[in-house]
Design a protein around this ligand. Structure first.
Ligand SMILES: *[C@@H]1O[C@H](CO)[C@@H](O)[C@H](O)[C@H]1NC(C)=O
Ligand SMILES: *[C@@H]1O[C@H](CO)[C@@H](O)[C@H](O)[C@H]1NC(C)=O
Ligand SMILES: *[C@@H]1O[C@H](CO)[C@@H](O)[C@H](O)[C@H]1NC(C)=O
Length: 809
């Protein structure tokens, strides 16, 4: 093939060379040879082509002259006459982009000198690939670039020429770009990127594509380059919050500076376009005061105090804005959660104060309302009161409690209550509060006055001064004020028919009882009065007490002589038998004392006598006895002045005269005839006569009665009044037994009482003491049993008589 081309080319070339180099050229040789042939490759046979004998080639010293070029690309094989490649022939190095590349050299022969031009036409082979100027093509395309935008790409170069140069470009398959290939006026090809689909930096910040350039050689060679497209940002994104609504809860009373929530918005844009700042959108003044927003970090910080009880919920809009002013909003809802920060409050809605002490059990005293501002469990309130009061709390409707009584109240025991109400909520920790209610109990007149003692005894000495205080009664009433104010009074009544008010009066306020008059022990010894204490309530309550007044004796009565007649009448003469022996009883002085006790204990004494030594008198008995046997020589008329003294202090005494006539016969006494009764002088005398008559009558009747009784019951002697002397009852002084007035049997009873109440006082005392004295003094008479018996009989009869007669005296 080379040969064939050679022939065609060599002819054309020969003719061309022939015209150009005619004088020097005998015959030109032209060969066409592809570049990059191996050394020793045969290009053509010069000897044959020139018609030279091979044998002459060596002798004629054939050689290829490269015309001054250093490199000798071809040479001649002298043995075969072949033109061979002696050096690597690189068309691109020799001729670059020239369309034809010819290497000229001369074939020089000597003997004779012969010069033949040899033209080597170097043919291109596809030994170079397309090459881009840079390894990487960097493009920056704004994301806002619209469809159809074109971006010129670097051209690829291929050292080869013609078909072996760059013929086409291909772009790696991608979403955004296509390739447009153009031909330069010089025939070179270049390409453009055409944006087919808009870029989004936020989706893809960079696009890397592979561009391949291919030549037209066979085999085809390609070269590639990486296109790196940086997508430039456009502010095409608004900031986007991470949440459409931020809902957070914040405990109330959170400390200042607490970060409540951090809002966060992101802007997909870059740089300033993506720089987000935050600000409150429309927000109330309150929100602005309470919260602050960090414009960079988006932190919402608490600036003031939040109180669940004031506001449970804050809402605000937050704006996020990028550097270019694109903004978006979000909503922040801050819910304040309750903290148990409010203690329950106690309100006394109503109170019955004071409360009457007689209210019924379970009476409602007050209504209490309890409130807690917190919510839920924090506002569940338990309410209680202390244990030791008679009240309790009853839960009522909702937060209301009734305070009711659990016991009956008694103002006199407890008049005031301090009721401490404690309310505590169920929060953790629990908060509680207390309130004290002061409740007073008002009085009801439910206590009657009570006397300190069950009864009062007053001892008053007779002859007291009217108006002197006798005793003081005292009653207490624990009720309040007038319900406890006591007035004393003496209950109307009478003492022996006389109104008690004439004896006693009482100070209504103090209870001091005064004697209205002077009392006389001899008149009555005691009496009773009822004292009433009444309070001033309405209705009033009262109670009464018995006051017993005992009158004590004073020695205010002198002894009174009953016998002999106190008038000292000479008629009252005692007969003394002349034969009376020593110790025989001759007479007896009988006296009484209205006083009692010591004041009535009488003693007898002979003050003066006609014949001292003849008679003695019993110190207490008053018995006058002969001290010795009476003799004829003794004076017939004997007078004794006897003094009777009581034992009071000072002692009171009376004297009397006893006339004794020593005689056996009254007729012997002549003076007696002359004795004149002066009836007018003494009523007693006439009384005595009447009494004696009546006594005799009764006496006789009684003798008969006693005799008949003795017949019936056998005789039992009762020696009640042994040794006593009959006392004519008529001699009793009128006042002696006249306590109740005369004439009824009641008097007899009173008389007994009278006698006994003084215990061992009075005349019985006198009698017994007389008896004692008689025995103890050893003055026992030696009497015959008959005498004694007769005497006892007499005494018994007489004393009975005296007892019975007395009421009629
Ligand atoms: C109740 O409280 C008042 C005032 O604190 C006090 O004066 C009073 O004595 C108290 N009463 C009782 C019954 O405790
Ligand atoms: C006394 O008691 C009555 C009821 O018996 C009552 O109405 C009145 O208020 C009481 N007086 C005083 C001063 O407490
Ligand atoms: C005196 O008190 C008694 C009971 O203590 C009562 O039975 C009597 O009626 C009272 N008398 C008067 C007059 O109040």
């Amino acid at each position: 093939m080379i040969d064939k081309r050679f022939s065609v080319n060599s002819l054309t070339c020969c003719w061309l060379l022939f015209i150009l180099y005619l004088p020097a050229c005998f015959g030109d040789l032209s060969y066409s040879v592809p570049e990059e042939m191996k050394r020793e490759s045969v290009i053509g046979n010069i000897a044959k082509d020139l018609g030279l004998d091979i044998k002459h080639l060596s002798s004629r010293k054939a050689r290829v002259d490269t015309k001054g070029s250093r490199r000798r690309y071809c040479d001649i094989n002298l043995n075969s006459g072949d033109l061979i490649v002696s050096e690597r022939i690189d068309r691109e190095a020799l001729c670059g982009q020239k369309a034809s590349c010819v290497l000229n050299s001369d074939l020089v022969l000597a003997n004779p000198l012969e010069l033949h031009r040899i033209s080597l036409h170097i043919q291109d082979i596809n030994d170079n690939s397309p090459v881009f100027g840079n390894d990487i093509i960097t493009l920056e395309i704004g994301e806002s670039a619209s469809k159809g935008a074109r971006f010129l790409l670097d051209e690829a170069h291929d050292a080869d020429i013609g078909q072996n140069a760059v013929q086409s470009y291909t772009l790696q398959r991608n979403n955004h770009f296509v390739l447009a290939v153009h031909t330069n006026p010089d025939g070179g090809k270049y390409s453009e990127l055409v944006l087919e689909k808009e870029l989004d930096r936020e989706e893809q910040q960079a696009v890397t594509l592979l561009l391949t350039a291919a030549d037209g050689g066979t085999p085809q060679k390609t070269g590639t380059v990486v296109i790196h497209i940086t997508v430039l940002d456009a502010n095409d994104n608004i900031p986007v919050f991470s949440q459409a609504v931020y809902k957070v809860s914040l405990p109330e009373n959170a400390p200042l500076g607490t970060i409540v929530v951090t809002v966060s918005a992101t802007d997909a844009d870059e740089g300033a376009n993506g720089e987000v700042t935050y600000a409150f959108g429309r927000a109330s003044d309150e929100v602005n005061k309470l919260f602050s927003l960090d414009r960079k970090k988006g932190e919402i910080t608490l600036n003031g105090l939040v109180d669940f009880e004031e506001e449970t919920n804050y809402e605000m809009r937050v704006q996020a804005k990028d550097g270019a002013g694109l903004a978006s909003h979000t909503k922040v809802i801050i819910e304040i959660t309750d903290v148990n920060d409010n203690a329950p409050e106690i309100f006394i809605e109503s109170l019955r104060n004071p409360i009457s002490e007689n209210v019924q059990l379970g009476t409602e005293v007050g209504i209490i309302n309890v409130q807690d501002k917190d919510s839920q469990g924090n506002r569940q309130v338990r309410c209680s009161i202390q244990q030791n009061v008679p009240f309790k709390l009853l839960p009522s409707i909702k937060d209301y409690f009734s305070l009711v009584t659990t016991e009956e109240l008694d103002r006199e025991i407890v008049s005031d209550y301090n009721i401490t109400i404690t309310a505590s909520d169920e929060g953790t920790p629990s908060l509680s509060s207390t309130k004290t209610v002061q409740l007073s109990v008002s009085d009801v007149n439910d206590n009657p006055p009570a006397f300190d003692e069950q009864s009062y005894n007053a001892y008053v000495t007779e002859n007291n001064k009217p108006g002197s205080s006798v005793v003081s009664v005292k009653a207490k009433d624990p009720d309040w004020r007038q319900n406890g104010t006591i007035f004393y009074s003496i209950l109307s009544g009478d003492v022996s028919g006389v109104p008690v008010s004439s004896f006693l009066s009482i100070n209504g306020d103090t209870g001091v009882i005064h004697a209205v008059r002077s009392f006389d022990y001899e008149q009555f010894r005691s009496f009773k009065a009822q004292v009433v204490a009444r309070d001033n309530g309405s209705p009033p309550l009262s109670s009464n007490v018995t006051v017993s007044v005992f009158i004590t004796d004073e020695n205010d009565n002198s002894p009174q002589i009953l016998y002999p007649a106190p008038l000292g009448n000479s008629m009252m003469t005692e007969m003394v038998p002349k034969a009376a022996h020593a110790g025989s009883l001759v007479s007896k002085v009988i006296s009484v004392d209205a006083d009692s006790g010591q004041n009535a204990w009488l003693s007898y004494q002979i003050l003066k006598s006609t014949d001292p030594g003849l008679f003695t008198i019993g110190l207490h008995s008053g018995e006058i006895r002969a001290q010795r046997d009476i003799s004829e020589s003794d004076t017939m008329k004997q007078n004794l002045i006897v003094s009777v003294a009581d034992n009071g202090r000072p002692s009171l005494s009376t004297t009397c005269t006893v006339y004794l006539l020593v005689s056996d016969n009254l007729a012997e006494v002549p003076e007696l005839k002359d004795m004149n009764y002066e009836e007018d002088k003494s009523k007693l005398t006439s009384y005595l006569i009447i009494a004696l008559v009546s006594v005799s009558t009764f006496f006789l009747t009684f003798i008969i009665l006693i005799v008949s009784v003795m017949f019936c019951r056998r005789r039992k002697p009762r020696l009640l009044f042994d040794g006593a002397v009959a006392i004519p009852s008529a001699y009793f002084p009128p006042n002696y037994a006249d306590v109740e007035g005369a004439g009824t049997l009641r008097s007899s009873y009173n008389y007994d009482t009278y006698l006994t109440t003084g215990s061992r006082t009075s005349d019985f005392k006198f009698l017994s003491s007389y008896n004692d004295a008689t025995i103890s003094s050893g003055q026992t008479l030696k009497r015959s049993p008959n005498e004694t018996k007769a005497e006892t009989d007499f005494i018994e009869a007489e004393s009975t008589c005296a007892t019975l007669v007395n009421p009629f005296s």
